[in-house]
Every structure is written in C-alpha cells, then in structure tokens.
Design a protein around this ligand. Structure first.
Ligand code: SF4
Length: 316
C-alpha cells in the first residue's frame, strides 16, 4: 500500500475517531450530521487543525457542525443544476466549448460546505466501461467541445491506471484536459512521481482548491512546486466561506502566497445553495466588497441553480 493509501485508511471517519481529537457526547447531534453527510478528515489536515479552537478556519471546513441540520427553504440537492444540464450520465454541459465529467464521488476529505454533498461520499458508483464508451462517442460527435474537466468527488483519488484511461480517452478524441482537485490541500502524499509524470505526459491543466493561507503547509507547497517544475499549468480557485476567508486580507494573503510560486487565482466562488451549508454563506453584497477590495482581475462567480452556468457577480 502506498503512503497516500495508508493515510486514507488512517483518516477520521467516525465519531469514535473524532473523539481522539475533540469531545463528542453520546447525545450529540453530530451523530445525525455525519449520518446525513459523510465525514472524512485526512491525517494531513488533522495535523493542521487547531483542535482547541472551534473557530479555526481548518476546523470549520473539516469538522461536522450541528448547524448542518438546519435546511433553509431555498436550499437544493442539486444547487448548480448538474442534472438539468446532463446530456448523458456523468456529464454536465453548461458551455459550448467544454464539458465536466464526474469520474468519482469519493473524496479523501469531505468539505463541510460541499456543494455536491447529495452525491459525494454516497455509495453512488462512478462511470462504468459502458458509460466511458458513451462519453467517448459524445465527445467525438461534438467537435465544438475543446476541453474536458474531470471533477467529482475527487478525480485524483482514482488509481493511476484509471486516470491513464481517462486521459488517454480524452486526448484520443482531440480534447484538452483539466482537473479540478482539492487533493493538493488535503492529501499531498497522493502526488507520487508516477502521478506527476502522468499529469505532465498528458499536459493536464490543474485547478487546485485552497481557501485559506493556513492550508499552505510546507508539504502542500512542495507538491505545488513539483507540479510547476514539470511545466504544468496550475491555478487556484476558492469558495468564499463565512468565518473562514470572508475578508479581503485573508484572501489577499492566500493569493499572494500562491502567486509567489507562480500560481494564479482562477476564480472566487459564491457558495452554492446546497442543503445544510447556510452557516457558511456570505451575502453577495459582502462578497463583492471583499473581492473588489483585492483590486485584482479575479472573477467572483455564482453558478446558476438552473444549470445555465456561471455569472460573474462583479459585472452586475
Ligand atoms: S473536495 Fe470538492 S467534491 Fe469533495 S467534498 Fe470538497 S467540495 Fe465536495
């Protein structure tokens, strides 16, 4: 077993595991919370969390909270309309020139603000060989599609062999490959030399997901530098989260730290209206103020719940 697989096995996945770090009573609502939305916290993140401070940004993003049981009337199972814009299973198409494929529904760590929490961590199986074949045919038929985004769940939790098959399929039909991943933040050991070689060989564009400068520990920086050292195009996207990064100063620090090694900020996202994550939501008005305060040309996106794609809230 490789180190990253051992780390996955050692992740905090039950209330029993959580109790080694944090007191949880027998009558705690957290039992109900984790029954509704699965928990996993990798050893890497567990090491970075300040367990004595429930307001620590990493604690907030990783540890279940009883507020997740509060569902507002306007919250949705599918808050960005993935199902409404799905021409074939596992594919979401919101734009003429690109499609997104959900290749897995598993993540090493389940973000407590996950916008696909109705699917991630569930027993939903990923695409079968038949689904892959259908996807290949779809991509061949649609020559206007130039880029394929592998997302999930977490695409980089697939084995190297499975990733090779996806990369090979996409390249063989003449498309570019983009991967959306939070693994550089929560499971840096996944970036073995074999994986980096694979990403490099297929010239994969990597969009990481870091939300707070405290997620940039030395191991995370090391991985990012390795990706850049093989000339991969790496950018970061962040979600605006109340109590975590809802300040211009925090976002500026994150963006500057990434910028120092050559990683640009791809986008900042308004939190989607998924069920039970309202306690993380920052108002659009405040979000605009925060993002404008950066003075950068970084878009602030809202993904429309009807599946029609993103709009830049700074342009409205
Ligand atoms: S990594 Fe992405 S898909 Fe996985 S739990 Fe976090 S937000 Fe959801």
């Amino acid at each position: 077993m490789e180190k990253w697989q051992e780390e996955l096995t050692a992740s905090i996945r039950s209330i029993e595991d959580l109790r080694k770090f944090f007191p949880v009573s027998e009558s705690s609502p957290l039992f109900e919370v984790v029954a509704r939305a699965r928990m996993s916290i990798t050893p890497h993140t567990a090491k970075l969390i300040d367990w004595n401070n429930p307001n620590d940004p990493l604690f907030l993003m990783s540890v279940p909270n009883e507020q997740e049981l509060m569902i507002a009337d306007d919250e949705l199972d599918d808050p960005i309309g993935d199902k409404m814009c799905s021409p074939i299973p596992f594919v979401a198409r919101k734009y003429e020139d690109r499609v997104l494929i959900q290749v897995s529904f598993v993540c090493p760590q389940y973000c407590r603000y996950c916008f696909r929490r109705d699917r991630t961590g569930c027993a939903t199986p990923g695409p079968t060989a038949e689904d892959r074949e259908r996807i290949r045919e779809y991509l061949i038929t649609h020559s206007e599609i130039k880029e394929v985004i592998l997302s999930g769940g977490e695409p980089l939790l697939l084995s190297d062999t499975q990733l090779y098959e996806w990369f090979e399929l996409i390249r063989s039909v003449g498309k570019n490959i983009r991967v959306h991943t939070r693994v550089p933040a929560n499971l840096p050991s996944r970036f073995t030399s074999e994986l980096i070689e694979l990403l490099s060989r297929f010239e994969v564009r990597v969009i990481t997901h870091f939300n707070h400068p405290r997620e940039l520990a030395p191991e995370n920086f090391e991985v990012l530098k390795k990706l850049l050292s093989v000339d991969l195009r790496v950018e970061n996207q962040s979600v605006l989260l109340r109590g975590v990064n809802d300040s211009t100063e925090i976002l500026r620090e994150l963006i500057e730290k990434l910028g120092e090694i050559g990683i640009e900020q791809h986008a900042i996202h308004q939190l989607d209206v998924a069920k039970g994550i309202g306690h993380f939501r920052v108002s659009i008005e405040k979000g605009r103020e925060i993002v404008r305060g950066l003075g950068l040309a970084v878009p602030y996106y809202l993904d429309n719940p009807d599946g029609s794609g993103k709009r830049n809230l700074l342009k409205e």
